[in-house]
Design a protein around this ligand. Structure first.
Ligand SMILES: Nc1ncnc2c1ncn2[C@@H]1O[C@H](COP(=O)(O)OP(=O)(O)OP(=O)(O)O)[C@@H](O)[C@H]1O
Ligand code: SF4
Ligand SMILES: [Mg+2]
Length: 352
């Protein structure tokens, strides 16, 4: 990294403030990401977890400006200090090739069957780094292959000589060889499923150590988050309800949704996370105030009328929950506000 006067600014790679992303639909806007705030530092791995449909992929794509027609975003989003929401499409495309990368759930194969792997790397590097030497191409390519667990002896092979999972790892290596500052990996499971958890964790650590890349890792595998991520963000119905150091969040979850999510996964040890009673809300008409209140075992009357503020808690986490805030004496609730939410309200909201 070149020395810069403002090291603090250099260290923060992604900064989202009140970021919102919505899809225009016939039923009205689907608010898939709603007032999300977080920062990501250089080399940091942030895990993003939550039930299906809570907005994880939308947030990942929204950060990279890779949204479909009809989707919109607002709020503030800075990448290395540059305001991403006011950049022209051309400037965004330029950044995406080189500085921003996305590893998809099902990466589309853009491998040319007639080109050797070495040629794919050479082409990718030459497009983005004009004048790069042959030796440097080879060095960088072998390094990216090593990180993805592909031996250097396969460098001159053709794509058809690899298994499906290996081809997907090659695609990831082709993203990483450019040393992007920020990568979103959206459940890179098909590529990595063939590996045991320990190998995936090693790859993620290698990735950080070798490339200094900041990574948003979207996954249903909480074991990997616990082992490989520095921090974890828990998303519910379009909002980040808790974010903090992974070890702290796993040991002392502050938000009832985090607690239930961890409990359901630990008890069933499966990749699905839909085991919390009730269903996530329709994001065209989310519940008022705390969006989790219809399903929350700890819900109080205040939870259905006022949105909980996101507050920094001892231990380094931030959570948006009235019960957590009251537990740490950060708010004072009167007797009426802190009364348990009426059962009828729970079932009515559940059905809504
Ligand atoms: N192109 C689209 N048009 C309209 N609504 C969409 C579109 N894509 C996603 N959504 C809606 O936005 C919400 C968030 O979807 P998203 O795919 O971001 O969730 P997710 O957390 O990634 O889920 P999963 O774990 O299943 O991948 C969902 O309600 C989904 O139905
Ligand atoms: S704010 Fe209330 S309803 Fe929401 S998670 Fe906290 S206790 Fe539960
Ligand atoms: Mg998704």
């Amino acid at each position: 990294m070149s020395p810069r006067a403002d090291d603090q600014a250099v260290e923060v790679v992604i900064e989202a403030e009140d970021l919102r992303v919505w899809y225009g639909t016939e039923r009205g806007p689907v608010r898939a990401v709603d007032e999300v705030d977080f920062t990501l530092r250089r080399g940091e791995i942030l895990g993003l977890v939550g039930e299906s449909g809570c907005g994880k992929s939308t947030l990942g794509r929204g950060l990279l400006g890779l949204l479909p027609e009809g989707a919109a975003r607002d709020g503030a989003l800075r990448f290395l200090g540059t305001d991403m929401l006011t950049l022209s499409r051309r400037e965004q495309n330029r950044l995406r090739g080189r500085e921003l990368g996305m590893i998809f759930q099902e990466p589309l194969t853009r491998l040319n069957p007639l080109m050797r792997i070495s040629e794919h790397f050479a082409e990718t590097l030459r497009v983005h780094e004009k004048g790069i030497s042959k030796d440097e191409v080879k060095r960088r390519s072998l390094q990216a292959l090593r990180v993805m667990g592909i031996p250097p002896t396969r460098f001159r092979a053709y794509p058809h000589e690899f298994s499906g999972g290996m081809r997907q790892r090659l695609m990831i290596a082709l993203t990483l060889v450019l040393r992007p500052s920020f990568v979103v990996a959206d459940e890179p499971t098909t590529a990595l499923d063939v590996l045991v958890e320990a190998q995936i964790i090693r790859i993620l650590h290698d990735l950080r150590d070798t490339f200094d890349t900041s990574l948003l890792l979207i996954t249903h595998n909480l074991g990997i988050v616990a082992e490989a991520c520095d921090r974890v963000a828990v998303m519910y119905a379009g909002k980040i309800v808790e974010i903090g150091p992974a070890a702290e969040v796993f040991r002392h979850p502050q938000h009832p949704y985090t607690r239930e999510l961890l409990r359901s996964t630990i008890s069933l040890s499966t990749t699905g996370l839909n085991f919390i009673e009730g269903a996530p809300p329709d994001l065209t008409t989310p519940p008022p105030a705390c969006r989790f209140h219809p399903r929350c075992p700890d819900a109080m009357s205040v939870c259905a009328t006022r949105e909980p503020p996101a507050l920094d808690l001892p231990g380094g986490s931030r959570a948006a929950c009235w019960a957590a805030a009251a537990r740490h004496d950060l708010v004072t609730l009167d007797a009426e506000e802190s009364a348990p939410l009426e059962r009828e309200e729970l079932s009515v909201a559940d059905e809504a």
